[in-house]
Design a protein around this ligand. Structure first.
Ligand code: ADP
Ligand code: MG
Length: 365
């Protein structure tokens, strides 16, 4: 019985990482360098399934192997507390046991119904983190913070960034890695309250190259004790469009077709079919579900084009005025379905969504 080694679940670390080597080594090198290295404040961006969460976790693990402490959090209310609590757990060996000092913090955040007063909380958090950073520094231990699923409008996110810039100024031995969907990241970069973020390096998680997809699928299959021929491998790799989630999904289904030692071309073809169904369900239906009929018409009107569409053409195809087309464009961008490609152009945020939509329309559905 061979065990399926693929991990088609969001956030699950795959046994073999495809691509991303440069992104990882840039950050790791910056941790070895002195504080102030620009690669210590990075924003990773890419569509769903491009591997952002996995990348943050991976870099965190490698940083811990280098003796750093890595604290992982999501951009959400309460994230500052979460960061502090995790740090206290992970650095329990270094940090002094916390006394009653936290009571103040609890009182501030615990007043039922009334709004917290962020600057005070932020200040409290900063003071506490400062004292922890002093201790870590004494032990020559750096602190890596990762923030997944960034959103500009989360108050604690703004709090974190504004405190973090002081840490940077004070040359603390820290790093901040953030990750988010392109439209969220764009919004964050435009938010004036956290202009510090604009100094972060922006790194895109582009589709993984075909040779790397091939190598990853082969290695992953071989880890399980099975094998795959080059024709079957080509077919599998070609079907993924370089999207990490699809690498896992196609691999997973191809693997499940049989228990023979070699994964065959027929297995791969059947696996791709199963993977497509899952993708349709998870990506296409999930995305379309949230849209109004007119927003869907807008997307359909983009299908005849290549990577980008002119808003003017879409308006014409839909038979609406350019200004109402712009209005729908805006809404679809806010929903994270499209992004502005500049000069009156729009593009699907997730190319796969377009492919799936085109295929469904082709079927007359
Ligand atoms: N570099 C990679 N190589 C192969 N598979 C990956 C890679 N990164 C992520 N995956 C897989 O892709 C899927 C999505 O990863 P995840 O990090 O959750 O994406 P995101 O956070 O961008 O939505 C998971 O199934 C994961 O196992
Ligand atoms: Mg994620």
């Amino acid at each position: 019985m061979y065990r399926n080694p693929f991990t088609p679940v969001f956030g699950n670390e795959p046994p073999v990482l495809a691509g991303r080597g440069t992104l990882i080594s840039e950050v790791l090198r910056s941790l070895e360098n002195a504080p102030g290295d620009p690669n210590r404040v990075v924003v990773f961006t890419g569509p769903r399934g491009s591997g952002k969460t996995v990348l943050l976790n991976r870099i965190g693990d490698l940083a811990e192997e280098m003796g750093w402490i890595a604290v992982h959090t999501l951009a959400a209310p309460g994230m500052l507390d979460e960061i502090r609590d995790q740090l206290e757990r992970k650095a329990a060996d270094f940090l002094p046991k916390r006394g009653k000092s936290r009571i103040t913090g609890l009182q501030v955040s615990g007043i039922g119904g009334t709004r917290e007063f962020p600057p005070e909380r932020e200040l409290g958090w900063r003071t506490q983190m400062d004292s922890y950073l002093d201790v870590l520094e004494g032990q020559d231990v750096g602190l890596l913070l990762t923030v997944d699923e960034v959103k500009a409008d989360v108050e604690d996110m703004i709090g974190l960034v504004s405190v973090f810039q002081f840490f940077v100024r004070e040359k603390r031995n820290i790093a901040l890695l953030m990750a988010g969907l392109p439209h969220e990241v764009l919004q964050m970069f435009q938010d004036r309250t956290i202009s510090f973020v604009r100094r972060a390096f922006l790194r895109k998680l582009d589709p993984v190259s075909l040779p790397e997809v091939r190598a990853t699928m082969k290695k992953t299959i071989e880890l399980s004790g099975r094998s795959i021929g080059s024709e079957a491998l080509d077919e599998a790799a070609n079907s993924t469009m370089g999207l990490p989630f699809v690498i896992q999904l196609v691999g997973y289904h191809a693997f499940n077709q049989s228990q023979r030692k070699a994964v065959s071309l027929v297995d791969v073809q059947a696996g791709i079919k199963d993977a497509k169904q899952d993708m349709e369900h998870m990506v296409l239906d999930a995305s379309l579900q949230e849209l109004t009929p007119t927003e869907k018409r807008f997307l359909h009107a983009m299908l005849p084009d290549g990577d980008t569409s002119r808003v003017a053409d879409i308006a014409e195809r839909m038979g609406v005025t350019p200004s109402s087309a712009s209005h729908y464009k805006r809404r679809l961008i806010d929903r994270g379905v499209l992004h502005d490609a500049g000069r009156g152009l729009v593009a699907f945020d997730m190319p796969m969504l377009k492919t799936l939509l085109a295929e469904r329309c082709g079927k007359g559905a």
